[in-house]
Design a protein around this ligand. Structure first.
Ligand SMILES: [Zn+2]
Length: 261
């Protein structure tokens, strides 16, 4: 019953408390469930070999939970592949279940990575990798349709030895792009992503005094006006922008330079 609910295709064979207090659940294959090819997902009955793997699952109450899982390697009639079976709750080659990954993804949005590591017992790098994948999935796609006014600013990385640049939609203060460096070349990928048509639609770009940004904007956005602004703090700008639209009102400086004049 537990297998049907938590580990589709497997049933719990035994449970054993380990010396360190963790719970080890030994799973076996559910004979009523056909394995699926890891490449094409077709039902597959020809088993080449079986291997057992230890994976972590989400904690039960105060207990860490480890699973000892048999993984079949299948010969698929449909696609001809020899591949590990596809499981709905565990990715190929992974050492943690989808359930534990989802728990970590929820925690990293409210706690520092070090705290999540302490709470879950997972390595810092494992949590960082999970969070990176979450961010890539949620925000990895570049979306700048309809953008007409930009704000760009640089901020220091690692106590000022290196810099990065953030570019935002000035109308709703949504972060569009962040790149390492503060040179013309550093921000060029943004305009390449925006495309020629997107660049044509840019009407104004606000920035601190930075000749490199100024020149690059002029090179890509023929209709844009460059507006020089005094940001009180680029750190505050990035931090506040994530809380919602319209939370920042940069103060324009005296200078405002129309493009090409
Ligand atoms: Zn297949």
């Amino acid at each position: 019953m537990l297998g049907m609910v938590f580990w589709e295709g497997h049933v719990v064979n035994s449970s054993e408390e380990q010396a360190d207090g963790t719970l080890l659940l030994s799973l076996s294959e559910d004979p009523s469930h056909r394995p699926r090819c890891g490449r094409c997902g077709s039902d597959c009955v020809l088993v080449h070999e079986r291997r057992r793997r230890r994976v972590r699952d989400r904690d039960w109450f105060d207990r860490r939970v480890w699973l000892d899982v048999p993984i079949r390697r299948l010969d698929c009639y449909q696609c001809g592949a020899r591949a590990a079976e596809r499981l709905s709750w565990l990715d190929a080659g992974e050492r943690i279940t989808h359930r534990l990954r989802a728990w970590v993804e929820a925690l990293v949005q409210i706690l520092p990575i070090a705290h999540v590591a302490e709470l879950t017992g997972l390595h810092w790098h494992t949590i960082k990798r999970i969070d990176h994948r979450r961010l890539q999935t949620q925000y990895g796609a570049f979306e700048a349709r309809g953008v007409r006014r930009l704000v760009m600013d640089e901020f220091a990385l690692h106590k000022g030895h290196r810099y990065a640049t953030v570019i935002m939609d000035a109308q709703c203060m949504r972060v569009l792009w962040v790149g390492e460096g503060n040179s013309r070349e550093a921000i060029r990928p943004f305009f390449e992503l925006l495309g020629k048509e997107g660049c044509q639609h840019i009407e104004a770009v606000a920035m601190d005094m930075n000749t490199a940004f100024d020149l690059e904007v002029r090179a890509h956005c023929p209709n844009a006006e460059v507006v020089l602004i005094c940001f009180t703090s680029s750190r505050a700008l990035v931090g506040k922008s994530s809380t919602g639209c319209g939370s920042i009102r940069p103060t324009p400086c005296a200078a405002s330079r129309p493009n090409g004049r």
